[in-house]
Design a protein around this ligand. Sequence first.
Ligand code: IPD
Ligand code: CA
Ligand code: CA
Length: 280
Amino acid sequence: MSLPELTIARQAAQAGGEIIARHFRQAVQVGGKQTYNLVTTADLESEAAIVATIRAAFPDDAILGEEGTTASLDAPRLWIVDPLDGTNNFAHGLEQFAVSIGFYERGEPKVGVVHQPTRDSWHWAVAGEGAFRDDVRLRVSTAERLDQSLIGCGFFYDRGAMMEATLRSIGDLFRSNIHGIRRFGAASLDLCLVAAGALDGFFEYELAPWDFAAGRLIVTEAGGRLSDCRGESLPLERTSILATNGRVHEAALPWSSGIYPVDGLKAAAGATAFECGFAR
Ligand code: IPD
Ligand code: CA
Ligand code: CA
């Protein structure tokens, strides 16, 4: 596959990945909105290297990056970059982290690359051409029912209503006799695990565009399905997300469909999940 955007996405991920691998277990924390929402030198330096690589190849393209590179989501050619997804894992010496780069044309995902530098592992997809891990084609699982499923989830940083709602959903899922719940801490890689058939589904009540920009294409190209947690089509902007093998999607929706719009959630910060209307 010789799409120039794929080549550049891989080069940019390689450049960012080398930086974060070098900082692994040595990075300095440089900030964070709360004590549990961290930013390290590796996040910042990785984004700078990724942006420089993309700009050198495509100077007119828009780039949106988590660590301060701004662009409109309406840009006709748009790169969406998470220079280090899984910073919390990274900062604690856990290897579940990645560089995530998605390329979009007129709002449609065209290329997705998710790279784990310390494992030299690559997940990637090109629209219409399939999804791959290290050049092996990926396929979602064949589980038909929730009681045959392993479900992944994520906790958005909010510790109020959204966290309570996630915990409720986990309880509900266990009561439907799923095989188990996993929370690995890097959404881009969670989506790759759905694409690879290791997870039958994954949900989180809020993700930013850079968390899922690459992984969404990897899931759909592996035969999976994505929606927001109410079953609506996934937007480009910040959203709740449900990704599955397709077969268990409808069954999983009721467990995640009570989500309020993000603005409503923020307004309700501090209220319990029940008061927010998450209860089913
Ligand atoms: C986070 C991770 C995590 C998810 C959070 C994300 P970051 O990204 O993907 O798994 O639960 O919602 O913000 O901050 O490590 O890039
Ligand atoms: Ca992220
Ligand atoms: Ca990040």
